[in-house]
Design a protein around this ligand. Sequence first.
Ligand SMILES: Nc1ncnc2c1ncn2[C@@H]1O[C@H](COP(=O)(O)OP(=O)(O)OP(=O)(O)O)[C@@H](O)[C@H]1O
Length: 368
Amino acid sequence: MHLKNLQLIQFKNYSKAKVTFSEEINCFLGINGSGKTNLLDAIHYLCLTKSAFNSVDMQNIQHDQSFFSMKAEFEKANKSIEIQCILESKKKKQLLNNGKAYEKMSEHIGLLPVVLIAPDDTALIKEGSEERRKFFDSILSQLDKNYLAKLVRYNHFLKQRNALIKQFAEQNRFDRNLLEPYDLELISLSNWLYQERTLFIERFKPSLLHHYSEISGQREAVEIRYESHCAKADFEEHFHNSLQKDLIRKRTNVGIHKDDFVFEIDGYPLKKFGSQGQQKSFLIALKLAQFQIFKEVTNTKPILLLDDIFDKLDDYRIGKMMELVAHHEFGQLFITDARPERTKNILKDIDADIVYFDIEKGAIKDRF
Ligand SMILES: Nc1ncnc2c1ncn2[C@@H]1O[C@H](COP(=O)(O)OP(=O)(O)OP(=O)(O)O)[C@@H](O)[C@H]1O
């Protein structure tokens, strides 16, 4: 699978841009703030229906403009797929596949797998559990439409139950019959999603540990543990017993929306005790494991977006990544860097079709 070309209108700092890509390695080069990452983000948008960096869709429309449009042609299994995404202010985002609009954005998820490695984006490690749930849910959803459908249903019922609980608490009344259908649905969906997450982590873990030891060259032992209320044999009871607490806090406190994936280093939490280098290695290992699982399950190499890795990683880790590139472990690659000479030097011995793009203030100036 690869991206053949991309057209942007009023997306972030691009007024208008049109570009064709190499099937192998594409490098976006230009000074800080020129718009290199914005190009990666446009690719992310078209593959996953949203920005990797700004979750407020409207903020991705160019300042002082009222819409953005982006269009790209992908090739997958010898078929051409044209994806267009249009967002007008105060209107619903539109996504079209070969000219036909999707009814739901979720229908598109999984068609065009993509993995983004942005070593500075350590929120996945440092922030709360929501970031990690989002990461694993995104992978599972891209791999299995049924998972995504069940997750969407869970979130819908959770929202409804929370609204009802809030109403009960504020009106100082309570009706068990009204609550019961939501409870039953949330308990059943929690159990189902828990099983899927458990099976996934069992498969993901060996790949994560392998990539960590490869990329870090360190001997410390890393670990990933999946924690969930559903792991308890009496989960259903636990859910019901939480009702008083739910009414006080005006929301549902038990269920898979509270799951976490704990990362450890030598038995201690990575976010507290891991060095910056160890955290970065872990982050890359997570993404490489993601890449590998996509490749195995879908038989397709995802598009790989490497944001600023030459600047943010040390020589050892860059060397390890480049070994993977040289051995053609990846499919189509997009790399950003503010220092053209460094990129050219790092890639000089790689036997691949490499195209460099000169990016300047939201414009693609040159292709060489
Ligand atoms: N909605 C928007 N409208 C116009 N410009 C925007 C919008 N959103 C972001 N930008 C601009 O995009 C630029 C940042 O682009 P980007 O993150 O792609 O830079 P970069 O080349 O990757 O930089 P760096 O090398 O520092 O990572 C900034 O100048 C920012 O102001």
